[in-house]
Design a protein around this ligand. Structure first.
Ligand SMILES: C[S@@+](CC[C@H](N)C(=O)[O-])C[C@H]1O[C@@H](n2cnc3c(N)ncnc32)[C@H](O)[C@@H]1O
Length: 385
C-alpha cells in the first residue's frame, strides 16, 4: 500500500453560521470537487468526524507520490472556503492526535476586504469563495486555484481572470482580488457600481496600498453604455512600481451586452450568483437604461432562466476554451434541469450531468437552505477545448 497522510480540518465557524447544519456536508462537497479535479486521484476518503464536539472534515492524501507538488497541494487545501485549522492526524482511534499544519498564505490581503461591506442582497462571502473555487477547479487548469497565476499553452504566465456578469457590489470581485486574480464585473444597477467604487477606494486608502482608481463612461458608437469603475492594485509597493498590478473593474450595463465590454476568450472563469426572484428581481434585459434607475414598468420575473438564456451566449464568447462558468441560484424559482439545459444550449459541458451514467457526485452536494424563501444550489459547466 502506498504511504498516505491523514488530514483533518476544522470547519470554519463562519461556515457554520452561513450553512447551519449543512456546513460539514458543503465542506465535504467542496473538498470532493477539489479531490476529483486538482489532486489526480491522490486525495481520497473524504468524510466528516466530530472531535471534541466540533465538526472536522477528514481525508487522506498520498503526498509521497508527488513530493515536488507538496507546496501546491498545501496551497490548494489552504484555499478552501471551509477550512479553518488544518491538522495531520497521527495514530488511530482513541490514540489519534492532531498535529497543526501551517496553512499557505493564499490570500494576499486582509480579510476585511471580504467582510466590511454589508448590504441587503449581498451574497455571503464564504459561499462566494466556495462558488469561485469549484468553478476554477472545473477549468482545464484546476491547480490554478493555488495561486495568482495561470500558465498559457505557450508557457507565458499571467494572472487568472474572473468575471462576475451580475456582480452587485462586488463580493466575487473581492474574492478574486484577495487571491491576486484580475477581476471584472457587470451590473445593471448603477448604485451598486458607485457603492463598490466608494468602498474599494476607501479600503485601498485605509490599507495604504498603492493603486489607481477611477470612474468613467463607457461609449460604443457614440452611445453611452454606462459607468465603469476601474482600479489597479499593487500587492506590494515594489510590485506596483514594477507595473505588476491586479486589475479590478465593474461596469454598469445590462449583462446581455457583456460581450461588447471585454475581449473574446478573455476570462478563465465566469462566476455569478443569479437574482433570487425575491428581493432582487432580474429585469428582463433591455428594460433599464444606462443610468440603471428603476421605472414603474420594470418587469420583475421570478426565474433567472429567461435572463440566463439571453445572456449566456455572450458570456460564453468571453470565456476561453477550457474555462468554466459557475452559477448559483434559488431552486425554489427554477429547477436544476432548467439551468443545465440553458448551459448545454449555450455549448457548455455541465459538470456532474445527471444524464451521465457515472455517479453525478460531487457536483450535486451543494444545495442548502439560505432562508424561508431561498434554497440555493450551484451548477458548473465548462467550455470545450
Ligand atoms: C443575487 S444579486 C448578486 C449580488 C452580488 N453577488 C453581491 O454580493 O453583491 C444579483 C444581481 O444581478 C443584478 N442583475 C439583475 N438583472 C441584471 C441584468 N439584466 N444585467 C446585469 N445585472 C443584473 C442585480 O442588480 C443584482 O445585483
Amino acid at each position: 500500500m502506498l504511504p498516505v497522510t491523514r488530514y483533518a480540518f476544522l470547519v470554519s465557524p463562519s461556515h457554520n453560521r452561513v450553512y447551519a447544519q449543512a456546513a460539514p456536508a458543503l465542506a465535504v462537497a467542496e473538498m470532493a470537487v477539489l479531490a476529483e479535479r486538482a489532486f489526480e486521484g491522490r486525495l481520497r476518503d473524504v468524510g466528516t468526524t466530530t472531535l471534541g464536539g466540533l465538526p472536522y472534515v477528514t481525508f487522506t492524501l498520498d503526498d509521497a507520490a508527488r513530493p515536488d507538488t507538496a507546496g501546491t497541494d498545501l496551497a490548494l487545501l489552504s484555499a478552501l472556503s471551509s477550512a479553518y485549522a488544518l491538522f495531520v492526524v497521527d495514530g488511530d482511534g482513541d490514540d489519534a492526535t492532531l498535529r497543526p499544519v501551517t496553512r499557505a498564505a493564499v490570500d494576499l490581503f486582509d480579510s476585511d476586504l471580504l467582510t466590511v461591506q454589508k448590504y441587503a442582497g449581498k451574497t455571503n462571502e464564504d459561499f462566494t469563495r466556495l462558488l469561485v473555487n469549484v468553478t476554477v477547479a472545473a477549468t482545464d487548469r484546476p491547480r490554478d486555484l493555488a495561486g495568482p497565476w495561470t500558465t498559457r499553452p505557450d508557457g507565458a504566465r499571467r494572472r487568472l481572470r474572473v468575471l462576475d456578469p451580475m456582480a452587485g457590489r462586488g463580493t466575487t470581485l473581492n474574492q478574486a482580488l484577495v487571491r491576486g486574480w484580475d477581476a471584472a464585473g457587470v451590473d445593471v444597477d448603477q448604485k451598486d457600481v458607485e457603492a463598490y467604487a466608494t468602498f474599494l477606494r476607501t479600503w485601498l486608502k485605509n490599507h495604504r496600498l498603492k493603486h489607481t482608481a477611477g470612474l468613467s463612461t463607457v461609449r460604443r458608437d457614440g452611445r453611452s453604455l454606462g459607468r465603469r469603475f476601474e482600479a489597479t492594485v499593487g500587492a506590494t509597493a515594489d510590485e506596483y512600481r514594477a507595473g505588476d498590478t491586479i486589475a479590478v473593474e465593474l461596469v454598469n450595463a445590462d449583462t446581455v451586452r457583456a460581450a461588447d465590454l471585454f475581449p473574446a476568450g478573455h476570462f478563465d472563469a465566469i462566476v455569478t450568483d443569479a437574482p433570487y426572484g425575491v428581493q432582487h428581481g432580474n429585469r428582463a434585459s433591455g428594460t433599464r437604461g444606462a443610468g440603471g434607475r428603476s421605472t414603474p414598468h420594470d418587469e420583475l420575473t421570478r426565474s433567472p432562466v429567461p435572463l440566463l438564456t439571453k445572456a449566456l451566449p455572450g458570456w460564453v464568447r468571453l470565456l476561453r476554451r477550457g474555462g468554466a462558468v459557475g452559477i448559483s441560484w434559488n431552486v425554489r424559482v427554477a429547477p436544476r434541469a432548467a439551468l443545465e439545459d440553458v448551459l448545454r444550449d449555450a455549448g457548455l459541458e455541465v459538470l456532474g450531468d445527471v444524464r451521465d451514467d457515472a455517479a453525478p457526485d460531487p457536483w450535486h452536494g451543494f444545495e442548502h437552505r439560505v432562508d424561508q424563501a431561498i434554497q440555493r444550489d450551484l451548477v458548473v459547466a465548462r467550455k470545450p477545448r
